[in-house]
Design a protein around this ligand. Structure first.
Ligand SMILES: C[S@@+](CC[C@H](N)C(=O)[O-])C[C@H]1O[C@@H](n2cnc3c(N)ncnc32)[C@H](O)[C@@H]1O
Length: 256
């Protein structure tokens, strides 16, 4: 597993403004100014210590942790022919573990750059004895680029960092450029499922997704999808609800 950069934590959406203010003089911004680091990423690495069970889980469940670069994610499973769901930014992974447990005939790969999240996810997946879940510490964009076209059945993006300041909008995961990549990797009939508690990001997502010619809004143009009861509550969703935020789900099918 690659070593995380030291970074300050983003603990909640409400603290993001302060967090981004802090970026003015943060090491990551200095890094971004180096020629080889100009690439715009959608995340910030955060360093926080692993607890004992997370450290043990990483050792005990090495087979669940993929090493980047990995290539075709379908081939890492005992049943590579089964439909593949890729979750981008699963956080601490509890909802991903629930989904993998509820759908044993589907393969799941979670991609996250937060190491304690990777460790917590394999800890909980290990307790459940899941065979259909793997995780990966990497930038999801790079992982998607290495996948064969038309190979993923579902891409999930739950409560992505909203990047509230205008100068950071380019870091939002949902952009035309990144969605073109997602579309390329989705199988025909496959879905992109996003959820957010940040209303301006919900409007931004809808504006982009409803104008993609390869995608069809399963709730009808201009609408969000009723919250599916099969999508488990995530940590950031709970925080959003506690802050009084409205939750918006979007499910789009690849149609060509
Ligand atoms: C706001 S958190 C939400 C976590 C979780 N989905 C939830 O709802 O509780 C967004 C997560 O996405 C991760 N992330 C953002 N961009 C990513 C990328 N390109 N590749 C992998 N992880 C990413 C961040 O590290 C962060 O943990």
């Amino acid at each position: 597993m690659s070593k995380p950069l030291t970074e300050t934590p983003v603990n909640s959406h409400s603290s993001l403004e302060n967090q981004n203010d802090h970026l003015e003089s943060s090491p990551i911004q200095e890094l971004e100014q180096l020629p080889e680091q100009r690439e715009i990423v959608t995340f910030m690495r955060r360093s926080s210590p692993l607890n004992t069970s997370q450290r043990t889980a990483i050792e005990q469940h090495q087979h669940m942790i993929l090493q980047y670069p990995v290539g075709d994610l379908r081939q890492v499973f005992p049943h590579p022919e089964r439909p593949l769901t890729v979750e981008i930014g699963f956080g601490m992974g509890r909802s991903l573990v629930h989904m993998a447990k509820a759908n044993p005939k589907r393969n799941y790969v979670g991609i996250e750059v937060h190491i304690p999240g990777i460790a917590q996810c394999v800890y909980e997946a290990g307790l459940e004895g899941l065979e259909n879940l793997r995780v990966l510490d990497a930038d999801a964009i790079k992982v998607l680029k290495a996948m064969p076209d038309n190979s993923i059945d579902c891409v999930q993006l739950y409560f992505p960092d909203p990047w509230q300041k205008k100068r950071h909008f380019k870091r939002r995961f949902v952009t035309h450029e990144r969605m073109a990549l997602v579309e390329q990797k989705l199988a025909l009939g496959g879905t992109f499922h996003a959820a957010t508690d940040w209303e301006p990001y919900a409007e931004w997502m809808l504006d982009i997704l409803d104008n993609r010619s390869r995608l069809r809004n399963l709730a009808g143009k201009g609408n969000s999808y009723p919250r599916p009861d099969w999508r488990p509550l995530t940590k950031f969703e709970r925080r959003g609800i506690e802050s009084g935020h409205k939750i918006n789900d979007f499910i789009f099918e690849k149609i060509n």
